[in-house]
Design a binder for this molecule. Structure first.
Ligand code: CP
Length: 304
């Protein structure tokens, strides 16, 4: 397969290979000369139909560290605004001899649709509430780095599960590697199908934190919410916000993760986000090495 559409489409062995490759790239990017010449003959287009800070910059940096030629496209400043379709847009970019497309889009299934309709390698950088595979890979890579292994670990994903591609990709990746997964959040933000994925729902945040090794805190995605949803931000923070006092009362050290962007003071207080228990910036750092690995492995299939 020349695409990475979702964690659902890959295997445990694929994840292991990505991590072994990322280990080597992490070593490279910590050297004074942070680049390798591996992809000098590969051209990559990053096309983003939704806003991004971490994913877009991390992909660009990963591509540059691999010596690929890179072009970046933001839908907001493009001819999409004049009515050009997704396929026309991508085919015009591909006519410029592009080998790989990294795409973020608000529609679930957009990356799969593209993979079926254009001739380039497609890498999903987030499609609506469906999947965000490289985020889940960098999250697992960070757990492995911090705790030695993902297998056997207990991970709770807290917050807006309903609108979260990060949650879904993490559930697939964690379970594939032998971790146990619970979700915690208000009923209105937990999808009904979640238990059919082998995930337990724990509505009580304290109980969830007492149970887990790792808590992955998600942002409430106000931009995807119906205005009539419950609870309000204040109620949400009271019931599901992680504070230093709560963590200190647990008598154990839970690893705190967050994919970003953080709503400081809503799902997590600043003293937790910036504490030694938080691996939030380690996740961002690892994103570059993990994305280098994914791009490198996909590109080696293009070239063969
Ligand atoms: N984690 C993540 O996807 O962040 P961005 O939306 O800033 O890319």
């Amino acid at each position: 397969v020349n695409h990475l559409i979702g964690i659902k489409n890959i295997t445990k062995r694929d994840i292991e290979l990505i991590f072994e490759t990322a280990d080597q790239f992490k070593e490279v990017i910590n050297r004074p000369i942070k680049k390798v010449p591996s992809l000098r003959d590969v051209t990559i287009a990053n096309i983003f139909f939704e806003n991004s800070t971490r994913t877009k910059l991390s992909f660009e940096l990963a591509q540059k560290r691999l010596s690929a030629d890179v072009i970046s496209f933001s839908a907001a400043q493009s001819s999409v605004k004049k009515g050009e379709t997704l396929i026309d847009t991508v085919n015009n970019i591909l006519a410029m001899k592009v080998d790989m497309v990294v795409m973020r889009h608000s529609s679930p299934g957009a990356a799969h649709f593209l993979s079926q309709n254009v001739s380039a390698s497609i890498l999903n950088a987030g499609d609506g509430a469906h999947e965000h595979p490289t985020q889940a890979l960098l999250d697992s890579f960070t757990i492995r780095e911090k705790l030695g292994d993902v297998g056997g670990k207990k991970v709770v994903i807290v917050g807006d599960i309903l609108h979260s591609r990060v949650a879904l990709s993490n559930i697939f990746a964690l379970q594939m590697q032998g971790a146990e997964v619970k979700v915690c959040g208000p009923k209105t933000l937990i999808p009904k199908y979640i238990e059919s994925l082998g995930v337990t729902v724990e509505p009580n945040l304290r109980k969830a934190l007492e149970w887990c090794d790792v808590a992955n805190m998600l942002r409430v995605q106000n931009e995807r919410l119906d205005v009539s949803y419950f609870p309000t931000t204040r109620e949400y923070t009271q019931q599901y916000g992680v504070t230093k006092e709560l963590l200190q009362s647990l008598n154990k050290e839970v690893v705190i993760m967050h994919p970003g962007p953080i709503n400081r003071g809503v799902e997590i207080t600043s003293d937790v986000a910036d504490s030694g228990q938080s691996v939030i910036l380690n996740q961002v750092e690892n994103g570059v090495a993990v994305r280098m690995a994914v791009i490198y492995l996909l590109a080696s299939k293009i070239k063969n």
